[in-house]
Design a protein around this ligand. Structure first.
Ligand code: NAG
Length: 170
């Protein structure tokens, strides 16, 4: 089942790459498409224009998308904004993003961030940044994508075909 799933995701990745988008895998060798986004540099004003909220520590502009999509479709949406499903690099940013999620999303539910575990049990952020912070509550072993539970801002592994709200960063 895991192999079948991977093959499916890989196929989607190849199809997606023809549209100049990239789905990142944890193993760099299998990375398709352009290099990781460099540290985001858009200004606070530009972030505000996108209805985003800016991280004070990383400069990321977090954009909460008020729609539900599967993980891959959410990542493609973020790439259309010249970003990726967001990475989270501190407990403060985790709470910041969760707090805005409660304001923007219509129900207390869950949202995708860009953390996956596709190969070799290595976690990878879609934007290629280092995995230096996680906040897993319930691990849900075997599932490959990550959502944040809005009740308490803890993370859980989720089936990548789940339709969930999502947060991009640019
Ligand atoms: C999010 O979408 C819901 C349902 O479509 C809508 O009722 C709500 O006003 C939207 N929230 C924002 C902040 O746009």
């Amino acid at each position: 089942m895991a192999k079948l799933f991977f093959a499916l995701i890989f196929t989607v990745g190849i199809i997606a790459s023809t549209n100049a988008v990239a789905i990142r895998f944890s193993n760099d060798v299998s990375t398709i498409g352009p290099e990781p986004t460099p540290s985001p540099t858009i200004s606070s004003a530009a972030c505000a224009d996108l209805n985003g909220v800016k991280s004070h520590s990383t400069g990321q502009c977090f954009i909460h998308v008020n729609e539900t999509k599967t993980f891959i479709q959410a990542e493609l949406h973020c790439e259309s904004l010249n970003g990726h499903l967001t990475s989270i690099h501190s407990g403060f940013d985790n709470l910041l993003v969760a707090d805005f999620a409660r304001e923007i999303f219509p129900s207390i539910d869950q949202y995708y961030v860009g953390l996956t575990r596709f190969e070799g049990n290595n976690d990878a952020w879609q934007d290629g940044t280092r995995v230096d912070y996680t906040d897993y509550g319930y691990q849900n072993y075997g599932q490959l994508c990550t959502t944040v539970i809005m009740n308490d801002a803890t993370w859980t592994r989720t089936d990548c075909f789940t339709q969930a709200y999502f947060v991009c960063s640019v």
